[in-house]
Ligand binder design. Structure first.
Ligand SMILES: [Zn+2]
Length: 72
């Protein structure tokens, strides 16, 4: 037997978005939505996940300075 036996399915690399460690014990800390194509999930290790709020909108929250702008 020879030939097409070597195509091992690739597992997606899950890397901590904060400290860039690659581990299997990752926590979903956010979802990134893209205009073209599906979005992707942001992972963090358990040590870093505590620095992220549980809401999936962590990457889309506006800075506090924007709250005082736009008054009319
Ligand atoms: Zn980490």
């Amino acid at each position: 037997m020879m030939g097409a036996g070597g195509n091992v399915p690739r597992l997606p690399v899950r890397m901590c978005v904060r400290c860039h460690v690659i581990t299997e014990a990752l926590v979903v800390v956010g979802l990134v939505h893209q205009n073209s194509g599906p979005g992707f999930v942001v992972y963090a290790c358990q040590a870093c996940a505590v620095h992220y709020p549980p809401e999936p909108d962590v990457l889309t929250v506006l800075p506090p300075s924007r709250q005082a702008v736009g008054e009319e």
